[in-house]
Ligand binder design. Structure first.
Ligand SMILES: NC(=O)c1ccc[n+]([C@@H]2O[C@H](COP(=O)([O-])OP(=O)(O)OC[C@H]3O[C@@H](n4cnc5c(N)ncnc54)[C@H](O)[C@@H]3O)[C@@H](O)[C@H]2O)c1
Length: 259
């Protein structure tokens, strides 16, 4: 028996990066996994490589979630992983003085609304069995302010807090549905590419980004996936409403605010 045998799991934003690593780890632990993503071609490719099913899901779309509810009415584990920084199409102002309302809302639509809609669907899909695990991928940025990424930081703080609300709500309603948040920092995934670039200064940039990380390196998506496996498994039966950092020690010290 592996740790997730018999569990049906759905991971959002799983075409690449942390979501893909979580889907892969869940499958290795015996789970049936639905890879979902807004990107259909890469999502299908990832699902095929992993031996998972693929469903198109834009987490910001209530209509898409309604279709997911029809396709996957019963669920044991949901990972709300899809997220954007707001810098996907290049550098735009995201500081509190110059960010546009449209750019602020675009980040919240995916990160905050997407997690809210995911949790709402997850509770409904787990209600039948009265048990399950919801894992929300927040960030170190949900615990500290970021002058140049206001919407991202605020949205990740919202995810952190909403996870606790969901945990309390489920417990109050006699549901054994656990909800926890994971707070990674500096995990080397494609999300970093616009910030690292492929120029000659890439290595120096990478070094600079982890200069204040006690362990002096980026984390890997597989390291985050290992934590998700624990929270998804029955070993975590008494863990709910928790926030777990995975950051090479960054938040343990005072050098927690990114430059
Ligand atoms: N990489 C890090 O250092 C880091 C640190 C802290 C938190 N996180 C969080 O981890 C999660 C995954 O990050 P990653 O580094 O793997 O990012 P990534 O950019 O490599 O992958 C994100 C995935 O989400 C998908 N996606 C984007 N918008 C979507 C939408 N509206 N609906 C569904 N899917 C959508 C993308 O297509 C992509 O496949 C995010 O929530 C991110 O904020 C990452």
């Amino acid at each position: 028996m592996t740790r997730l045998t018999g569990k049906t799991c759905l991971v959002t934003g799983a075409a690449r990066g942390i979501g893909e690593a979580i889907a892969c780890a869940f499958i290795k632990e015996g789970a049936k996994v639905y890879v979902t993503d807004i990107e259909v071609a890469s999502g299908q490719k990832t699902a095929q490589n992993l031996g998972a099913a693929f469903l198109k899901l834009d987490v910001a779309s209530e209509t898409d979630w309604a279709q997911i509810a029809k396709a996957v009415p019963k669920l044991d584990v949901l990972v709300n992983n899809a997220g954007i920084t707001g810098f996907e199409d290049g550098v735009v102002a995201h500081d509190p003085e110059h960010a546009s309302l449209a750019d602020w809302r675009a980040v919240h639509a995916v990160n905050t609304d997407g997690t809210f809609l995911g949790c709402r669907y997850g509770i409904a899909a787990m209600r039948g069995r009265g048990a399950g695990a919801i894992i929300n991928i927040s960030s170190r940025s949900g615990m500290v302010g970021i002058p140049g990424a206001a919407a991202y930081a605020a949205s990740k703080a919202a995810i952190r807090n909403h996870s606790k609300t969901v945990a309390l709500y489920c417990a109050q309603n006699g549901l054994n549905i656990r909800c926890n948040s994971i707070h990674p920092a500096a995990i080397l995934t494609p999300m970093w590419e616009p910030m690292l670039g492929d120029g000659p200064d890439r290595a120096a940039r990478m070094k600079a980004f982890v200069a204040e990380t006690p362990m002096q390196r980026f984390g890997t998506a597989c390291e985050v996936a290992a934590l998700a496996v624990l929270l998804a498994s029955d070993e975590a039966a008494y863990i709910t409403g928790s926030e777990l950092t995975i950051d090479g020690g960054l938040l343990a010290g005072s050098a927690a605010t990114p430059g």
